[in-house]
Design a protein around this ligand. Structure first.
Ligand code: SF4
Length: 362
């Protein structure tokens, strides 16, 4: 990392992808330690710490990540390190609730996982692009490891060009640097436990978080090739609303560990996963007005009907009052109502057009 940072051939800023999980924490910690080890005059490149908030993050992880980012920001300032903390979010028109309740997208599953791109890839890509625009090139540091899973080994090998920096698949001007790619899980934990983070505190909190959630994490998803791990059983610190997983095992484990206040959220998620299966809640017409027929001649279920969307919103607002934590913003509710109003007008127009056409035929 030191060699790369001091490389005199270019001065591209670094962007460390931080998700709050163990691997990205280690990369960030190693980066911080390296900067501290350099003479102040050698700390020429800015290091951005980039974290994405889907706005439906698992609440325990979200609180932890926020406190870590605040600590990192404070430490960087007092130690005079060229570190800038940045948090990205989905575009206000592309949040989970605006798409699900507003546009009626069915709760995501393996075959229709509309959320990862909108809620994770696009916001982080926008940030990276803005840095490329300002600096011509950036280096993105990721905590991916070959040993994470067989799929990850395949992906890493596929894009490994044998040198330290590999070009990003989709973002021109972005080079990927994977400093811990060959670390084992044991090595990651050993380092985290042996060395207290330079921003203060200890990594024990992280260990407890993993123990309580029994395992995996949802990594910072930067490109489509990484998306398959989002919303799978190996990415259990994902969104609390995630219906791509059959059961939210990490939420279950947390509730077992004493986080009782999460139980209503888990029940809502379970309800939402079932709700999409109820054909009466789904419209046959897609948002484009098209109807797709299945081999048996029945119409393929499309978006949630307006009544179903209203039902989800009512239930979500009740849940919000019950748990006493913000789950949906006023801005989202307003956007949802605007989409409903447009959808109602569009449906009325289509019905009038159909009526006119049948009268003409008659
Ligand atoms: S964790 Fe689940 S809901 Fe969240 S972006 Fe990934 S697949 Fe979608």
């Amino acid at each position: 990392m030191r060699e790369e940072y001091l490389d005199p051939s270019h001065a591209s800023p670094w962007i460390v992808g931080y998700s709050g999980g163990k691997d990205s924490t280690l990369v960030l910690q190693l980066c911080f330690e390296m900067l501290l080890d350099l003479a102040p005059s050698d700390r020429q490149r800015t290091v951005h710490v980039l974290c994405n908030d889907t706005l439906v993050e698992s609440p325990v992880l979200a609180t932890y990540v926020d406190s870590m980012l605040a600590r990192v920001g404070r430490a960087a300032e007092s130690l005079r390190l060229p570190v800038r903390v940045a948090k990205t979010q989905p575009h206000p028109d592309q949040t989970f609730w605006v798409n699900l309740i507003g546009r009626g997208y069915p709760s995501p599953n393996r075959t229709f996982r509309w959320c990862t791109d909108r809620m994770k890839i696009q916001p982080t890509s926008e940030y990276i692009k803005s840095q490329i625009a300002a600096n011509a090139k950036v280096i993105l540091l990721l905590g991916v490891r070959r040993g994470e899973s067989a799929t990850r080994t395949q992906t890493v090998n596929k894009y490994d060009n044998g040198t330290r920096l590999n070009p990003h698949n989709d973002l021109k001007g972005c080079m990927i640097f994977r400093p811990i790619v060959d670390f084992s899980t044991e090595e990651v934990w050993a380092l985290l436990l042996q060395r207290p983070p330079p921003w203060g505190g200890s990594n024990r909190e992280l260990v407890t978080l993993y123990r309580n959630a029994q395992g995996g994490e949802c990594p910072l998803v930067i490109e489509k090739s990484q998306a398959p791990s989002c919303g799978t059983s190996s990415s259990r610190f994902g969104c609390w609303t995630c219906t791509v997983v059959e059961k939210d095992r990490s939420m279950e484990a947390m509730i077992d560990a004493g986080f009782d206040h999460l139980e209503p959220l888990m029940l809502f998620r379970d309800w939402l996963a079932q709700f999409r299966l109820d054909r009466t809640k789904r419209s046959a017409e897609r948002r484009t007005g098209a109807i797709t027929y299945m081999p048996d001649g029945s119409a393929m279920p499309g978006p949630f009907t307006l009544a179903a969307r209203q039902e989800i919103l009512d239930r979500l607002i009740e849940l919000q009052a019950e748990v006493g934590m913000p789950l949906i913003s006023d801005d989202e509710v307003q956007r949802i109502r605007n989409i409903w109003a447009t959808d109602t007008v569009d449906t009325a127009r289509r019905l009038i057009a159909l009526d006119d056409a049948s009268r003409e035929r008659a």
